[in-house]
Design a protein around this ligand. Structure first.
Ligand code: GDP
Length: 367
């Protein structure tokens, strides 16, 4: 019977079978005549936008309808996992619509961060990925940093057009949307009972004025995100909650750092020097010698070297090793979703290990 029912929030066809798929609602709520899908229900009652992991094709087909619209696109990314959260398929999804790239969670950066450099880097990455980015903003959805400036810019650019918010899971999209609603509309019950017919089902629409809306699209799980491979408990540990306190390690060549058991950094060649680690304050770092590193890993993974915990270990891909010769001063080795290590001196050789699929990258430092 429920096959013909639709969600009063977003218009998606309701189903009671698959919790993970769009349109899910428990049977009991249909019986009680509460015709909201779980996603809309959670947004309305808990101020939480539950993201629905979709397989990529479904997601792409759905959000690709944006390219037929004339709108402004806000692409939200996590500055702690830029590679894992920047949607390189965005041009296909949004067509020629202008994009404002928004790096979220800026409150976690240490005070020493040069935000100008960070913005320039994001601009460059976006350009390399073929994204037509109007502007880059660094915000904190949780703390509200720079949201007012962003709202002004959005208003200026949209010119009565709709705004689509696009981002993968865990970038802080629900936090952003909820902040935005409270600030700009004062509406507490965010979702409207009107919905788009046809292909735009599943989008949540928040009215901005008589003709246009802010439209939330479902988040997608990106398989390049560390978040994809770790248990909920471990995700809590690796996700910084407060401003990161840089941790300094004086190393000589032949020494190794383990970041929990989720990454490994071997200082192979170079003068004795300080390496600055930027990871969640709760994430333990262990120092050892190269010659002991393999056996320590074998014996202690999931124990001393944790996270990963047992649950994560069931799905965590094996380490892949990459070697780098760092020629320039102030270079960051970035472990997506975890953090980074800044190498202060030039002429350093390192080996780095990260779970297969979560590729390490290298950039000029922001300090
Ligand atoms: P979504 O999956 O993209 O909807 O992300 P959520 O809004 O659920 O946020 C994912 C996690 O990031 C949660 O633990 C949030 O508390 C946290 N978060 C979101 N925005 C910020 C932010 O600006 N700063 C910090 N420190 N954490 C944030």
């Amino acid at each position: 019977m429920e096959n013909n029912l639709i969600c009063n929030g977003c218009g998606i066809k309701l189903q009671t079978e698959n919790k993970e798929a769009l349109g899910f609602t428990p049977k009991s709520s249909i019986e009680k005549d509460q015709l909201l899908c779980q996603r809309c229900f959670q947004l309305r009652h808990y101020n939480k936008n539950a993201t629905v992991p979709l397989d990529s094709n479904d997601y792409l087909n759905m959000v690709s309808t944006i390219n037929k619209t004339n709108s402004l696109v806000i692409h939200l990314i996590d500055i702690f996992d830029v590679n894992g959260t920047l949607l390189t398929s965005l041009p296909r999804i949004v067509g020629n619509n202008p994009i404002i790239l928004v790096g979220n969670k800026v409150d976690l950066l240490p005070k020493s961060t040069n935000q100008r450099k960070l913005k320039d880097w994001l601009f460059r990455l976006a350009k390399e990925a073929g994204l037509k980015v109007l502007d880059v903003f660094l915000v904190s959805s949780a703390k509200g940093h720079h949201l007012d400036e962003l709202a002004v810019r959005m208003e200026m650019e949209r010119n009565y057009k709709d705004i689509y918010v696009v981002g993968v899971t865990n970038v802080g999209k629900s936090t952003f949307i909820n902040q935005f609603i409270t600030r700009s509309t004062g509406i507490k019950e965010a979702i409207t009972t009107s919905y788009f017919p046809g292909t735009t089902l599943g989008f949540i629409k928040i009215p901005l004025d008589n003709r246009s809306a802010l439209i939330d699209t479902p988040g997608i799980m990106n398989t390049y995100q560390m978040a994809h491979y770790v248990s909920k408990k471990d995700l809590k540990i690796i996700t910084p909650k407060k401003e990161i306190k840089p941790r300094n390690y004086q190393l000589q060549s032949g020494q190794t750092l383990f970041i929990g058991g989720l990454a490994r950094f071997d200082f192979v060649k170079g003068d004795k020097q300080t390496f600055v680690c930027y990871f969640a304050n709760e994430l333990p770092i262990h120092r050892t010698k190269h010659e002991n590193a393999d056996s320590l890993y074998e014996k202690q993974i999931g124990k001393l070297l944790s996270p990963p915990n047992e649950e994560t270990l069931k799905t965590l891909p094996p380490f892949i090793k990459n070697s780098y010769r760092v020629e320039e001063q102030y270079t960051d080795i970035v472990f997506p979703g975890l953090g980074w290590i800044t190498i202060l001196n030039s002429n350093v050789t390192i080996d780095v290990y990260s779970p297969k699929g979560v590729a390490v990258s290298i950039r000029n430092s922001f300090i």
